[in-house]
Write a protein that binds this ligand. Sequence first.
Ligand code: HEM
Length: 605
Amino acid sequence: MCGQKEKSQGSQNFSSGNRTKIGLCMCPTCFGAAINADGVASPGQAAQALIPFLRRAKARKSDFLTMATLFSKHMSAIVSAICVMEILHTTILVISVYCIVIALNRLYFHPLSKIPGPKLAALTSWYEFYFDVLQPGQYVFKIKELHKHYGKAFSLPSRPHQYVHNSDISCSLGSIIRIAPSEIHIDDLDFLDSIYPASNAHKRDKDWSQIRKLDVGMSTSGTVDHDLHRLRREALHPFFSKNTISRFEPVIQEKISHLVSYFDKAQASGKPLNLSDLYYGLARDVVFECSFGMKSTILEDEHAAASLRANMTELLLGVKITKHFHVLFEAIKLLPASVGKYFSPPAIKNMRDLSLTVQEAIREVSSKDKQAMLARTDQRSVFEHLLSSPTLPDSEKSLARLRSEGIMLMLAGTDATAKVLVTTHYHLLGNPPMLDRVRVELSSLTPSTRSAAHLQRLPYFSACINEANRLAFGLTGRNARIAPKEELSYRGYNIRPGTSMSMSTLCIHTNAHVFPDPWEFKPDRWLGAQGKALQKYQFGFGRGSRRCLGMDLANAELFLTLAAVVTGHEMELVETSEEDVRFLHDFQVAQPKLDSKGVRVSIKG
Ligand code: HEM
């Protein structure tokens, strides 16, 4: 046994009291030998003494290991936390610098920085988000208010504004404001043709950020580029031209007969009818049958019409959100149909069904002999018309392109038409003297002369429909245009090429200088020479090179349907107020109060 045991620092006692004292020599030579106080212990004793020690040593070792592991874990957590913090700091710093640079640029160095308007609107599109999403569909109303406020800056007139020429209605000062970081809005009817010119010499693109939400980018209406739009529009135009529109009258008449049968039944049963649903069903069937040459029977099922209208309203209520969160919309579209359906409103399912029907119609037409198609002059569907178009290149005749066109026609032709129908009928029911005047005028026509063309020559009846078209507001969204190459100027402000500029239908149709008492239904304003001059400011069907292509079909539908319904039966409004037709929210088209059930009537005789 080593004599160093006393010195050995690591020597330890394992027992105490009267029991044999056993120590452990920790010197390098005999490390680990068990000894008693007098000398070397027996191997058994040593082994016995060794076990707890080993246990403890093991425990210590494992303590040590645990501590080391913990330490290293903590250290790596601390290090990663520091890294994360650093990355976070750097990211925040970079983002802050980026935001500051963007903010400074937007406020002081941007080409639009000199244009008046709220700084917040110039700074961020969250301003628009607030008024359009959080205060549903209110931004166009806010813009009108902003014009009043910032228009004061233009209070010293440099020129008189003679809106209605050759009349004594005159003078309003226009104004220009910046309503988003890269968009301006002008409230000046004399500038309408500069934003929405008809001539091809003044090219106007659409603003992609405003139309992408509708997801019909390959359709005529959804086309951004001026030249491509022109190509598509020219191919589509003959299908809806005034000269050929009379071929659709039998389709419209058939739908009207169906509508009138509802009135007959309701008169017998005393049950109220929902005109908003019925007109929606009628407008949808007409545009479907006229465009696709296929039967559509939505009007035959009152509930189907109601559900389609409700779903479409719901879809429209989402357009402002999809405008700001387009990525989300795209992501949902990428999901497989079985998953996507849980995230999609019912209207998307309706759209999907419509898309499949349209696809089917296109396939059927595509399988036909091209020569035979070219030889036909009585094209049955818009797809036959487009597929046999000599001006469209093959790339424009793809399934996806035609499908987009078909869906756009359904969107463009249904809701707007139904709105004008319901608005006219509501106001006539609420103004019996006006209704009487219309009836007297209509009585001058015999059944054989009650064609759409003849009806459109009746001045007062036309004035009523014109006035309803004004109060239905057509497209209520901003419908901006971009001059890609042309530099414009408004009241000393240069509008550079590429600037998104718009004039909303709200500002045009409620301009009190042109339309005194703008929210009142006053058909007389459209009569005589002054009424003719007002036509220039009827923006319901849009303006310029992208004006509504279905205007003649829509007019045929409006005149024929209203002539039939206002003369056939006596009706009374039921639980319906002006808020059920008035433009209160902008969701691309005018929406009345959000919980409106539509215009309801009871049939009295
Ligand atoms: C009263 C009913 C209607 C109203 C108020 C109306 C209103 C409008 C408006 C304001 C535009 C211009 C959109 C823009 O500037 O981007 C437009 C475009 C269009 N509308 Fe109508 N519309 C009606 C009925 C119809 C009907 C029945 C059809 C036929 C299917 C139709 C087909 C179109 C097409 C194809 C365009 C696109 C024109 C282009 O981009 O060149 N519309 N409509």
